[in-house]
Design a protein around this ligand. Structure first.
Ligand code: NDP
Length: 445
C-alpha cells in the first residue's frame, strides 16, 4: 500500500475504533487500489475511498423478545446501508452471537464491491443481530424475527433496502421476517426480501446459488489455467447453506469432497461425503455433524479447525471469516492444493492470501467467488417485479453466465493493471471502478 493509501486507512481506523474486521476488509481493498488511483487521479481528488468507507446510514436498534418460559431477552439489531450508487441496498442478515457493528460493516463494505461485480443494479448493505438461533424453538425464532422487523421495517422496501439470509438466517427466518413486514405495511411487496419460499415469491436456484456459484468460479479459474474440476479431491468447510450446495455442485461436476465442518467438529469421509445423508441431516433437519458419523461408520470426526490439514486439490472455505490462517495456507500448499474459492466472506486471513498468491495457487476472493448468491437474489427481485417465475435450468444458466462474467472481468482487469491472474486485484479494482464512476456522475453525494 502506498503512503497516501496508508494515510486514508489510518483515518478509517481512527474513525472506527475497535472494529477489527472492518479494518481488515478496508485494508484489503485499499491495498489493491494504488494503480487505479494513478490511472484515474480524479477518484482520489473526489475522496472516493473515504466516501465509500463511510456508510450512507447505520441503524442500530433494541430487539426485545420473550423465550418459551416467559423470560425477557434483549438483543441488538443492525442494518448498515452502505452504498446505494448502483441500486437499492442489498445484502443479507446474520444472526450469530459473534455479530458486532464491526462485523456488519466489514460484510457491508465487501458487499458494495461484490454487488458491483455482478453487473446488476444493486447497492451494498448488511445487517443482523447478536441473537443466537442455536437451540431455540420455532416459536422463539418467530418472536425474535417479529420483534426485529417491527423496528427495521420502516427502513426497507423493494426500491430502498432488500435483505436476504446469511449465517443463521435461512428460509424459516425470511418467512417470519417477511410475514411480519407484510402485516405491518399491509403490502405484499415480495421484492423487499430475497431467499423467500417458492410458494410465496421465492426463486428457484436461490438456495443453491452461493455454493453453486463458488464452484462455477473455481471451474472458470481452472479452465483459464488449462485444468478441470472433474476428478479433483476437495475440502469444503462449514456445513450450512453455502457448503452443502458447493459439495453438491462439485459432485455433479465429477469431483469428490472428503471433508466439511461445523463449529464443533470436522467431518472426514475419505470415500467422499454422502450428499444425500448430509442434506437429510443439515438441510431437512437441524442436526450436528456427529449424527452423520453415527449413520456412516467409515467417516470420522476430527477436532474443529483441523480441516485444512487434510490433503486436497481444491479448497472451498464456506463457513465464516478468518477461518483459514497463514499456517493453514502453508499446509494446503505443501499438500498440493492448486485452487481456492471463497464461498464465505473473508474466510482467509491476509497472511493466508499472501501465501496462496506467492505459491501460484489460483485464489478466488469471496467478493467475486461467492457473488452467485446475491446475483440470484437480484434475479429473484427481477422475477418479483415482473410477477414471473423462471425454470431451474434457465436460472442456473443465468447464474453460471454471471459467474463466468465476474471471472472474466476480474481476469481482464488484473491483466489491464499488469498483474495477470491476480483475482484479488482484479475484483477490487473492477468493483471499485464501477461504483466510483456512478458516484462521480451523481456529484458530491
Ligand atoms: P449457515 O448458517 O447456513 O452455515 C454456516 C456454517 O458455518 C455452519 O456449518 C456453521 O457451523 C459454520 N460456522 C459459522 N460460524 C462459525 C464459526 N465462528 N466457527 C466455525 N464454524 C462456523 O450460513 P451460510 O452457509 O449461509 O454462510 C456461510 C458463509 O457464506 C458466511 O461467511 C456468509 O457470509 C457467506 N455467504 C453466504 C451467502 C448466502 O447466500 N447464504 C452469500 C454469500 C456469502 P455451526 O452450525 O456449528 O454454527
Amino acid at each position: 500500500m502506498n503512503k497516501r493509501l496508508e494515510e486514508v486507512w489510518s483515518e478509517i481506523v481512527r474513525m472506527n475504533p475497535g472494529e477489527s474486521e472492518f479494518h481488515q476488509a478496508t485494508k484489503e481493498v485499499l491495498g489493491s487500489l494504488g494503480p487505479v488511483l494513478e490511472k484515474n487521479p480524479e477518484f482520489a481528488r473526489l475522496k472516493m475511498l473515504q466516501r465509500m468507507a463511510e456508510p450512507e446510514r447505520q441503524i442500530i436498534f433494541r430487539v426485545p423478545w420473550q423465550d418459551d418460559r416467559g423470560e425477557v431477552h434483549i438483543n441488538r439489531g443492525y442494518r448498515v446501508e452502505f452504498n446505494s450508487a448502483l441500486g437499492p441496498y442489498k445484502g443479507g442478515l446474520r444472526f450469530h452471537p459473534s455479530v458486532t457493528l464491526g462485523v456488519i460493516k466489514f460484510l457491508g463494505f465487501e458487499q458494495i464491491f461484490k454487488n458491483a461485480l455482478t453487473g446488476l443494479p444493486i447497492g451494498g448493505g448488511k445487517g443482523g443481530s447478536n441473537f443466537d438461533p442455536k437451540g431455540k424453538s420455532d416459536d422463539e425464532i418467530m418472536r425474535f424475527c417479529q420483534s426485529f422487523i417491527t423496528e427495521l421495517y420502516r427502513h426497507l422496501g423493494e426500491h430502498t433496502d432488500v435483505p436476504a439470509g446469511d449465517i443463521g438466517v435461512g428460509g424459516r427466518e425470511i418467512g417470519y421476517l417477511f410475514g411480519q413486514y407484510k402485516r405491518i405495511t399491509n403490502r405484499w411487496e415480495a421484492g423487499t426480501f430475497t431467499g423467500k419460499g417458492l410458494d410465496w415469491g421465492g426463486a428457484l436456484v436461490r438456495t443453491e446459488a452461493t455454493g453453486y456459484g463458488a464452484v462455477f468460479f473455481i471451474q472458470e479459474m481452472l479452465h483459464a489455467a488449462g485444468e478441470v474440476v472433474e476428478g479433483k479431491t476437495c475440502l469444503v468447510s462449514g456445513s450450512g447453506n453455502v457448503a452443502v450446495f458447493a459439495i453438491e455442485k462439485l459432485e455433479q461436476l465429477g469431483a469428490k469432497t472428503v471433508a466439511c465442518s461445523d463449529s464443533d467438529n470436522v467431518l472426514h469421509d475419505p470415500d467422499g461425503i454422502d450428499l444425500e445423508l448430509l442434506k437429510e441431516l443439515k438441510v431437512d433437519g437441524r442436526e450436528r455433524l456427529s449424527a452423520y458419523v453415527e449413520r456412516r461408520p467409515t467417516a470420522k470426526l476430527l477436532p474443529a479447525g483441523s480441516i485444512w490439514s487434510i490433503p486436497c486439490d481444491l479448497a472451498l472455505p464456506c463457513a465464516t471469516q478468518n477461518e483459514l490462517n497463514e499456517q493453514d495456507a502453508r499446509t494446503l500448499v505443501k499438500n498440493g492444493c492448486i485452487a481456492v474459492s471463497e464461498g464465505a466472506n473473508m474466510p482467509s486471513t491476509a497472511e493466508a492470501v499472501a501465501v496462496f498468491q506467492e505459491a501460484g495457487v489460483l485464489f478466488g476472493p469471496g467478493k467475486a467467488a461467492n457473488a452467485g448468491g446475491v446475483a440470484t437474489s437480484a434475479l429473484e427481485m427481477q422475477q418479483n417485479a415482473s410477477r414471473d417465475s423462471w425454470s431451474f435450468e434457465y436460472t442456473e444458466k443465468r447464474l453460471s453466465d454471471i459467474m463466468a462474467g465476474i471471472h472474466d472481468t476480474c481476469l481482464e482487469t488484473a491483466e489491464e493493471f499488469g498483474s495477470p491472474r491476480d483475482y484479488v486485484l482484479g475484483a477490487n479494482i473492477a468493483g471499485f471502478r464501477r461504483v466510483a464512476r456512478a458516484m462521480t456522475a451523481y456529484g458530491l453525494v
